[in-house]
Design a protein around this ligand. Structure first.
Ligand code: SF4
Length: 445
């Protein structure tokens, strides 16, 4: 049962040292009760209090780590129904189903290795292969060996044969594969193995009641890292299950349903474009691992982008650090351009400057993560402010001219900037970043 802020406060050291990032223990306790902070941030909680608090402060949906290294996924750990209430923390994993009798396994592994997209300074990529045993244990084992040898994907091992699962899982235990799946029939056997091996375990039932009965049985055995498959293979039913599970865990505080899910759009349709649309439904609501029939650039890339958007904090825009960025090795005669610190603005502008091959100093002014027009309208990219920043950022020591290019959308700040920067020539650049290369090539101070 959740503790109140005051109950939590009684268990804290009450020294108000501030090391947790909040000024007082009381404020930290209130944040903890509201699920806004983590107990681990306080280094001084006694072991006894930690034990009591860990249970009370654990997120209502358990976060389950699957895989190792760069492709580890950790679905779950969410605390709100809707992203605008706070944020979603742990991006869903994007997976591809492969079987030993499939002819394009090599191509799928090659696609997996190739699919790495850099976007706003982050690397986007799918994470997982779900390897399904189709009855030939040796072929299943060989396929798992091949994937482990040829790529760094996380793995879900899928087999109806518990002995086969155990044998293959033992071989690759260090990669922390997900075992799929415990059912009513094999829960004792597979649950005991998952407990002994410490591997995460997926469970499959026919409906949510069945899921609850299974999770209660497995948690009763001591298992904690569970992943739920409700068994639905039709979009509407799977979508309803997904929402019902999230609501049960967060609103009704039903611990038995507080686990991430695995969903199979690949088994809901034969049409890969429809499959991608279904997958996008579960990226938004609330798939933990989303399994596709194949890695295709035209479906995986949009899903990765959607995932990036869904799993960024809506209250904290992605920002670039304020400062001077050197693009294409600029020198004293190179142009100077200034823009805002919204990540997307920075990466688009920097990309165009780089593509122009014109050595350029790019100045990034803190605008609280707003894009040019929004920042200007909100007074976060005002002429006197930008002028002051240019004076203080140190660019004057690096150049032998006094010209600065401002974004075309912020043309209105040029007068104020010139007042703040006497002797400077404030040049109005293009409105669209796409026109920057030509502008820079024609530029003169
Ligand atoms: Fe209190 Fe711990 Fe935060 Fe210090 S770190 S203020 S002791 S909660």
């Amino acid at each position: 049962m959740a503790l109140t802020g005051i109950q939590i406060f009684k268990l804290l050291p009450k020294t108000n040292c501030g090391e947790c990032g909040t000024p007082t223990c009381l404020a930290f306790a209130m944040n903890l009760a509201a699920g806004k902070t983590e107990l681990d941030l306080c280094p001084y909680v006694s072991d006894e209090a930690r034990e009591q608090l860990a249970e009370a402060s654990a997120p209502p949906i358990r976060s389950v780590a699957i895989g190792a290294g760069e492709t580890e996924v950790k679905p779950g750990g969410e605390t709100v129904m809707f992203r605008h209430e706070k944020t979603f923390y742990n991006p869903c994993g994007i997976a591809c189903l492969v079987t030993p009798d499939q002819s394009d396994v090599d191509a799928q592994i090659a696609w997996f290795n190739a699919m790495k997209y850099e976007r706003v300074g982050l690397m986007l990529r799918p994470e997982m292969f779900c390897v399904k045993d189709t009855g030939d244990a040796a072929a299943f084992e060989a396929l798992v060996d091949k994937i482990v040898a040829e790529c760094d994907a996380s793995i879900t091992l899928m087999s109806d044969n518990v002995e086969t699962l155990k044998k293959v899982a033992d071989k690759i235990k260090q990669y922390k594969p997900l075992l799929y799946a415990a059912t009513e029939a094999n829960a004792d056997d597979l649950g005991a193995y998952a407990l002994e091996s410490g591997l995460p375990l997926a469970l499959k039932a026919e409906n949510i009641e069945g899921v609850q009965a299974l999770t209660e049985k497995l948690t009763g055995m001591g298992l904690k890292d569970l992943v739920i498959d409700t068994g639905s293979r039709e979009l509407k039913a799977a979508f309803e299950d997904s929402i019902a599970l999230r609501r049960a865990a967060l609103v009704q505080q039903n611990k038995a349903l507080g686990f991430p899910t695995i969903v199979f759009p690949c088994e809901m349709t034969q049409n890969y474009l429809e499959e991608a649309l279904m997958a996008s439904t579960f990226v938004a609501k609330y798939g933990g691992i989303i399994v596709l029939s194949a890695f295709r650039a035209e479906t995986v890339f949009p899903l990765l982008l959607q995932r990036l958007n869904i799993y960024t904090d809506p209250q904290r825009p992605m920002t670039q650090e304020e400062g001077i960025y050197e693009i294409n090795n600029p020198g004293p005669d190179s142009p100077v351009a200034v823009t805002t610190n919204f990540s997307l603005t920075y990466f688009i502008v920097a990309g165009e400057v780089e593509a122009s091959r014109v050595p350029t100093w790019l100045l990034i002014k803190d605008s609280e993560g707003l894009s040019v027009l929004t920042a200007w309208a909100a007074g976060k990219f005002a002429g006197d402010d930008v002028g002051m920043f240019i004076k203080k950022c140190g660019i004057e020591e690096k150049i032998n001219h006094k010209s600065v290019i401002i974004p075309g959308y912020a043309a209105a700040i040029s007068g104020e900037m010139e007042e703040e920067l006497p002797g400077w020539n404030v040049q109005i650049g293009p409105r669209e970043a796409a026109h920057l290369p030509k502008y820079l090539k024609d530029w003169s101070a």
